[in-house]
Design a binder for this molecule. Structure first.
Ligand code: IPM
Ligand code: MG
Length: 378
């Protein structure tokens, strides 16, 4: 069956344009070989958008994303726009698009690959078998709660105060919990819900709603864990997790921690999903690598495009319903790696110390190799 899809590409800043170009080429190849029709349009976001328009999320970018079946994003931010006190910042583009498209669920799969074991900061036995999915609530909690702001002398002491509000409603917790339980059903059937229920009221609500949702999933085991001890368990026993579900800020922090322990940050994709809509009930989504804009290597054509290519695979699976094609892209990446292909980040980490001298591929060479492998798969 032919799928017609509109895909908005937001290259963003730093290495964003280089890596999204390779992921787009992979998607074009999928369309061509599997008989689908994808139409692409590119738009500004983040620092690039601030420079061109004064806004991190210009109206025409948002309109194009609203009209698209899926959004493929590179990365936003860089030293040029780094002043945290600036009123307009690249990150607002990302937060704005999540809010405006209702992308409430952020999925970050973290899987250890033996290939990268050497570059993990942890002992090999600690990362062997790590295979988890972090489900982070993305449009609520303290990152979006009101009131927020800074005010001077509100209490007559002459001091300035800064404040944010951590708030979750039952329905917000329920929908992210359901998504996590549904995901666990297709995996090892364990959900770890992470909160700070010993201190925070919002966490106590979180815990009770997640427990209530668990009643509908008798085949899935639920455990609750406090965020501080979860941070430790990620270091000591990461392979004991299957699906982690948590709120916005805890998920932001824990997912960065989890992604670095596998030693393969340049390989990790993510999906941010909205509420399914339309006849086929597929969620709209935004897909991006977990790593950032890497300004230090931007424009040199040496960035690793694999996390973005794997994000494109998630796009095919989650927003276009093309599971077979998604698996083909993932196999093509595996095949490229199995053939010994490495970008420079992998050589400086995965193979330093092993004494093996391999030649680093450029961003485009790695993308082209994945395309070549993909032709065998499709
Ligand atoms: C992420 C990023 C963003 C977040 C920033 C850039 C706003 O760190 O996607 O995790 O904190 O959500
Ligand atoms: Mg983050």
């Amino acid at each position: 069956m032919t799928t017609n899809a509109t895909i908005a590409v937001l290259p963003g800043d730093g290495i964003g344009p280089e890596i999204t170009a390779e992921a787009r080429a992979v998607l074009e190849l999928v369309a061509q070989h599997a008989g689908h029709s994808f139409s692409f349009s590119e738009h500004l976001i983040g620092g690039a958008a601030i420079d061109a328009t004064g806004q991190p999320l210009p109206a025409d970018t948002l309109a194009a994303c609203r009209d698209a079946h899926a959004v493929l994003l590179g990365a936003v931010g860089g030293p040029k726009w780094d002043d945290p006190n600036a009123a307009i910042r690249p990150e607002q583009g990302l937060l704005g698009i999540r809010r405006e498209l209702g992308l409430f669920a952020n999925l970050r799969p973290v899987k250890a690959q033996p290939l990268f074991a050497d570059s993990s900061p942890l002992k090999p036995e600690r990362i062997a078998g790590v295979d988890m999915l972090i489900v982070r609530e993305l449009t609520g909690g303290i990152y979006f709660g009101q009131p927020r702001g800074r005010e001077r002398d509100s209490d007559g002491t002459g001091e300035e105060r800064g404040f944010n509000t951590m708030v979750y409603s039952e329905s917000e917790v329920r929908r992210i919990a359901r998504l996590a339980f549904d995901a666990a059903r297709k995996r090892r059937k364990l959900v770890t819900s992470v909160d700070k229920a010993n201190v925070l009221d919002t966490s106590r609500l979180w815990r009770s709603v997640v427990s209530e949702v668990a009643g509908d999933y008798p085949d899935v085991t639920l455990e609750h864990q406090l965020v501080d001890s979860c941070a430790m368990r990620l270091i000591t026993a990461a392979n004991s997790f299957d699906v982690i579900v948590t709120g916005n800020m805890f998920g932001d922090i824990l997912s960065d921690e989890a992604s670095v322990i596998t030693g393969s940050l340049g390989m990790l994709p993510s999906a941010s999903l909205g509420v399914p809509s339309g006849d086929d009930a597929l969620p709209r989504g935004l897909y991006e690598p977990i790593h950032g804009s890497a300004p230090d290597i931007a424009g040199r054509g040496i960035a690793n495009p694999l996390a973005t290519i794997l994000s494109a695979a998630m796009l095919l699976r989650h927003s276009l319903g093309l599971a077979k094609e998604a698996a083909a892209v993932e196999s093509a990446v595996d095949a490229a790696l199995a053939s010994g292909a490495r970008t420079s980040d992998m050589l400086s980490t995965a193979e330093s110390g092993s004494g093996q001298a391999s030649q680093a591929l450029s961003t485009h060479e790695m993308g082209a190799l994945v395309c070549k492998e993909l032709q065998q798969q499709l």
